[in-house]
Design a protein around this ligand. Structure first.
Ligand code: SAM
Ligand code: DTB
Ligand code: SF4
Length: 324
C-alpha cells in the first residue's frame, strides 16, 4: 500500500479539485477500493447529552447562547436515559454511539458524569465517541481509561475563514485539543463544515490542515451546513451539490485510509447526491432521525437507500476489526 502523505501543498490539492469531475471521482473511487470495501458503510448514532446555552459564538450553531435560534435547553441527561438511547441505537444497527455536549469545555465534575456514560455505552458492546469541546491532557487520559474509542473535535473551516465563524476560541486551541486526544491514544474524529459561505480556497486549506496533521484523523466528518434560523449563517449561499461531492472525493484522496463521514446535511441531499458521495469515497453516516438538534433522514429511508445501492452496514464486530 502507498504510504500516507502529510506534506500536501495547496497547489496540489487545488489541482485535484480542478480536474474534470469524472477524472476526480474515478481516482477517488479507485483509492477507496484499495483501502475499503466499497459496499460497506459504518453507521454512528448521535445523541445530544447536554443541549443549548453554550458560551461559544459558533456562527452555524443552534446551541450558542449568543445566537437567536429557538431551542429547548436541556441539562446533562441522566445516565439511564443515555443508556436507553444507546440500546435503541444498537438495536437499529448502529455500531458507534456518539454523545455531544454544548460546552466550551467540560468541568472535571461534568467529565465524571460523561465517563459513567462512556463506560455504560461501552458495556453494551458499542463503540463510543464523545464531543465535549476543548480538553486538557489529563481529561483525555481519563477518557481513554474509561474506554473511549473516538473523540470528535472539528477544525470546522480553514484557518483563514475561521475568524468569520468563531471568535471565542482559536484555531490553535482546536489543534491543541487534537494533540491531547492523539497523545492519549484515542482515535481522532476531525473534519469540518462546508456551505458556510467559504471559498474553494478555504475548502482546500481545511483539507490541507486535516491531511497534514502528524497522523490523519481515523474519522473525517464532512458536514454540509444545516442552516438554522436565528444563527448568523442562516440564508448564506448554499454549496453546489457537485462541489460538495468533489470535497468528499478530495478528502478521500488525501486521507485514503480514513473513514470519511457524510455527516450533517443529508436531509437536504437527494438519494442520487448521496450515492455519488458514497462512490467518491464517503463510507460512514449518522443514522437515526436526529443529529444533535436538527433532523436527519430516518432509519427506514436510509435502509431503503442502502438496499437500492447494495450497501451493507458495518456490524459492531466489523467496525471493531477495521478500527484495530
Ligand atoms: N460543543 C462541542 C464543540 O463545538 O466542540 C461539541 C458539539 S458541536 C455541536 C460538534 C460539531 O458539530 C461542530 O464542531 C460542528 O462542526 C458541527 N455542527 C454544529 N452545528 C452544525 C450545523 N448547523 N451544520 C453542520 N454542522 C454543525
Ligand atoms: C460532526 O462533525 N457533526 C455532528 C457531530 N460531529 C457531533 C454534529 C452535527 C450537528 C448538526 C446540527 C445539529 O443537529 O445541531
Ligand atoms: Fe457550543 Fe459546540 Fe455549538 Fe460551538 S459548536 S456553539 S462550542 S455547542
Amino acid at each position: 500500500m502507498n504510504s500516507l502523505r502529510h506534506d500536501w501543498t495547496r497547489d496540489e490539492i487545488a489541482a485535484l479539485f480542478e480536474q474534470p469531475f469524472n477524472d476526480l471521482l474515478f481516482q477517488a473511487h479507485q483509492l477507496h477500493r484499495r483501502y475499503f470495501d466499497p459496499n460497506r458503510v459504518q453507521v454512528s448514532t448521535l445523541l445530544s447529552i447536554k443541549t443549548g446555552a453554550c458560551p461559544e459564538d459558533c456562527a452555524y450553531c443552534s446551541q450558542s447562547a449568543r445566537n437567536a435560534a429557538e431551542l429547548e435547553r436541556e441539562r446533562l441527561l441522566p445516565l439511564a436515559e443515555v443508556v436507553e438511547k444507546a440500546r435503541a441505537a444498537k438495536h437499529n444497527g448502529a455500531s458507534r454511539f456518539c454523545m455531544g455536549a454544548a460546552w466550551r469545555n467540560p468541568t472535571d465534575k461534568n467529565l465524571d458524569k460523561v465517563i459513567e456514560m462512556v463506560e455504560a455505552v461501552h458495556a453494551l458492546g458499542l463503540e463510543t465517541c464523545v464531543t465535549l469541546g476543548m480538553l486538557t491532557q489529563q481529561q483525555t487520559q481519563r477518557l481513554k481509561q474509561a474506554g473511549l474509542d473516538y473523540y470528535n473535535h472539528n477544525l470546522d473551516t480553514s484557518p483563514e475563514y475561521y475568524g468569520d465563524i468563531i471568535t471565542t476560541r482559536t484555531y490553535q486551541d482546536r489543534l491543541d485539543t487534537l494533540t491531547h486526544v492523539r497523545d492519549a491514544g484515542i482515535n481522532v474524529c476531525c473534519g469540518g463544515i462546508v456551505g458556510m459561505g467559504e471559498q474553494q480556497d478555504d475548502r482546500i486549506s481545511l483539507l490541507q490542515q486535516l491531511a497534514n496533521l502528524p497522523q490523519h484523523p481515523e474519522s473525517v466528518p464532512i458536514n454540509m451546513l444545516v442552516q438554522i434560523e436565528g444563527t448568523p449563517l442562516h440564508g448564506v449561499e448554499k454549496i453546489d451539490a457537485l462541489d460538495f461531492v468533489r470535497t468528499i472525493a478530495v478528502a478521500r484522496m488525501l486521507m485514503p485510509a480514513s473513514t470519511v463521514r457524510l455527516s450533517a446535511g443529508r436531509s437536504e441531499m437527494s438519494d442520487e447526491m448521496q450515492a455519488l458521495c458514497f462512490f467518491a469515497g464517503a463510507n460512514s453516516i449518522f443514522y437515526g432521525d436526529k443529529l444533535l438538534t436538527t433532523t436527519n433522514p430516518d432509519e427506514n429511508q436510509d435502509r431503503k437507500l442502502f438496499a437500492r445501492l447494495g450497501i451493507n452496514q458495518d456490524t459492531v464486530e466489523q467496525a471493531q476489526v477495521s478500527a484495530a
